[in-house]
Design a protein around this ligand. Structure first.
Ligand SMILES: C[S@@+](CC[C@H](N)C(=O)[O-])C[C@H]1O[C@@H](n2cnc3c(N)ncnc32)[C@H](O)[C@@H]1O
Length: 187
């Protein structure tokens, strides 16, 4: 079935959780790739892969030995991801705030990169804080957290915990999206 239609069905199931009626554009997918530099990462985590356009773009740029744990709260999206035939991909049903447990369940090391498209604006401040704390404590020293959002909730919550992010825009997406990036100090 058409990916856009599957995505829209996901939106109808849980509009607040999905936060968009269509998946990200190719330009946005490539913006993620530029921001996270998958060629130099061994363990990557995607929060909110949805129907997997962003996932496939990152897989295309990863090395052959890298692993990508893709975590979505919606099991129907995860079933869709399971159809991607790539041994480097680990599709997983779960919630972003349980990141450290999910990493250890899959025997994965601290990630070099976590990237997220989950809509922080609809999940509420408390859960948003738990997600950001879970990402930050799981990330490897020197690792990177990238969140793309069209509202500013992740920035507001994130800067209270992590300090100010670097910000970029991707205009070629509906709606235009902001990228927030935090780099974890090496020590
Ligand atoms: C805007 S969609 C992004 C989909 C895809 N990455 C893209 O850019 O086209 C947000 C996704 O986050 C997922 N999601 C929402 N809350 C979540 C949570 N707490 N943990 C994991 N996934 C979540 C939704 O099910 C949905 O697939």
């Amino acid at each position: 079935m058409n990916e856009q239609w599957k995505f829209f069905q996901g939106f109808l199931r849980q509009p607040g959780q999905v936060g968009s009626v269509i998946p990200s554009s190719k330009a946005l997918e490539q913006h993620i790739v530029r921001q996270i530099d998958p060629e130099h990462a061994e363990t990557l985590v995607e929060l909110g892969p949805g129907t997997g356009g962003t996932t496939r773009a990152v897989l295309a740029a990863m090395t052959s030995s890298a692993r990508l744990l893709a975590i979505d709260i919606d099991p129907q999206f995860v079933r869709h991801l399971e159809a991607i035939d790539d041994p480097r991909l680990i599709p997983c049903t779960g919630t972003a705030n349980n990141l450290s447990e999910l990493l250890s369940q899959h025997g994965l090391a601290a990630p070099d990169v976590v990237f997220s498209g989950i809509p922080c604006s609809t999940m509420g401040d408390e859960l948003g804080r738990q997600v950001i704390e879970s990402v930050w404590s799981s990330l490897k020293p020197g690792g990177r957290f990238v969140a793309y959002q069209f509202r500013g909730a992740v920035k507001q919550i994130g800067e209270q915990i992590l300090g100010p992010p670097s910000v970029e825009w991707q205009w070629f997406n509906i709606p235009p999206m902001r990228f927030y990036r935090w780099d974890k100090p090496v020590q």
